[in-house]
Design a protein around this ligand. Structure first.
Ligand code: DNO
Length: 414
């Protein structure tokens, strides 16, 4: 049916591996053709053996799915902080890229967020329709860092009003609620349970004490300087994931939150292999990020796409909206991405098709009754709704092209 139209973006789904409560058979039934997945069983920093990559490929192939992007090959804290065993960690990372390429897996997502990956203060925020989503509230985050973590100087990052509200929020929580709230922020799941204690977090933060933004940028540049030549040599496309949320937290520097940051990244090592994972959800939490403009500007170096929307509220609060609602003009973004694909086809680029996944999804319908999994935001039904809506949007945009073409003579006559 869709064959009348020019190709859509590649429909993909994230899969967390054999332990994921959403099995590959279900992913297939969403209509996705490919997955973003990672070898989460391998500790951060260790080289991925070719046999393990091959075993994952075989599993996916048996399920009729393609491994379109690795999400992620995590960057070890030694590399981000520029301390410890950096040279060996860089070599290990480069070897992982070589092994992936040798097995035919050539798009690699990573991030350079210090200490924690994405952060939210509410993992089960109830929406008016009864479904649940992830939410970030700076006041609650203030309560975490001031009253739980007791980070020196944290007070300076907030207004007097926010500090009062944070104190009031903290006072309201009973000990069990406090423990649960703290676990929601420290026991993060970027693919495997990190299970950090507050003391672990303090120790990790201490490694960044003197680094600052310039230092973190220099460490990213060193990382890229080492691995981009390898990526070029073996045909790997690197796709950095933006900061989520896209502003400094925990007194840590953030270096991939805005268009200006992406420009600096590309300038640091100017190679097509040094690319971007265009995550509309992460970027959209800032009102000053113009997403269609960013997609247009950085299009040729977008190697992977996460489609998701946020709803920004007063006070810096945001929650994850339905994929086609909220603050993101999703039709405009998808239009730009389809244009980018068409441009690549015309240019004869082998990597013309952009893989995307519906990023996160609401917990809804039957999933609400299931035990809360380790990976908030990644239940099956909500993401399937997102994928279905995005597929409809893409087809609608393609159909509109055909219609516009058919009507063109009418317009010309008018
Ligand atoms: C959150 C995800 C991120 C992402 C990593 C990429 O749901 O988008 O955890 O996978 O930051 O390295």
């Amino acid at each position: 049916m869709s064959s009348h139209y020019r190709p859509l973006l590649e429909e993909s789904f994230r899969w967390y591996g054999p332990g994921d409560p959403v099995p590959l058979e279900h992913i297939r039934q969403t209509g996705a053709r490919a997955v973003f997945t990672s070898l989460h069983q391998i500790p951060y920093g260790e080289t991925w053996p070719r046999e393990a990559i091959r075993a994952r490929l075989a599993k996916l192939q048996a399920a009729g799915l393609r491994w379109t992007a690795v999400e992620s090959v995590p960057v070890h804290e030694d590399i981000k902080t520029g301390s410890g065993d950096v040279a060996a960690k860089l070599d290990d990372y480069a070897q992982t890229l070589r092994n992936l390429a040798a097995e035919g897996v050539r798009t690699v997502v990573y991030n350079f967020m210090p200490v924690l990956d994405w952060v939210r203060t509410d993992l089960r925020h109830k929406l008016p329709d009864g479904s649940e989503c992830l939410l970030f509230d700076p006041v609650k985050f203030a309560a975490f860092e001031i009253h739980a973590l007791k980070r020196p100087g944290a007070e300076d990052d907030y207004t007097a009003g926010q500090l009062d509200a944070a104190q009031a929020f903290w006072n309201e929580l009973c000990p069990e609620e406090r423990a649960k709230f703290i676990a929601g922020l420290t026991d993060v799941f970027p693919g495997c349970k990190l299970g950090l204690s507050l003391n672990d977090l303090r120790a990790m933060l201490a490694r960044y004490a003197d680094l600052g933004e310039a230092g973190l940028r220099a460490n990213l540049k060193r990382f890229l300087g080492h691995i981009v030549p390898v990526a070029e040599e073996v045909g790997v496309r690197l796709a950095i994931h933006p900061d989520d949320p896209p502003f400094p937290i925990l007194g840590l520097p953030r270096i991939l939150s805005t268009a200006a940051d992406v420009k600096k990244l590309f300038a640091a090592v100017d190679s097509p292999a040094n690319g971007l994972c265009f995550c509309t959800g992460s970027f959209s939490a800032r009102p000053d990020n113009d997403l269609p403009a960013m997609a247009r500007r950085f299009g040729p170096r977008i190697h992977a796409v996460h489609l998701r929307s946020t709803q920004r509220l007063p006070g810096g609060v945001f929650y994850e909206a339905d994929h086609l609602a909220g603050s993101v003009d999703m039709p405009a973004v998808v239009r730009v991405l389809l244009d980018e694909q068409d441009r690549r086809v015309a240019e004869g680029r082998a990597d013309w098709q952009l893989p995307f996944r519906p990023d996160h999804g609401h917990t809804m319908m039957d999933d609400l009754a299931k035990p809360q999994p380790d990976n908030p935001g990644y239940s099956g039904i909500g993401r399937m709704r997102g994928l279905a809506e995005l597929r409809g949007l893409m087809l609608g945009l393609r159909a509109a092209e055909t219609l516009a073409h058919a009507l063109a003579p009418e317009f010309a006559r008018a």
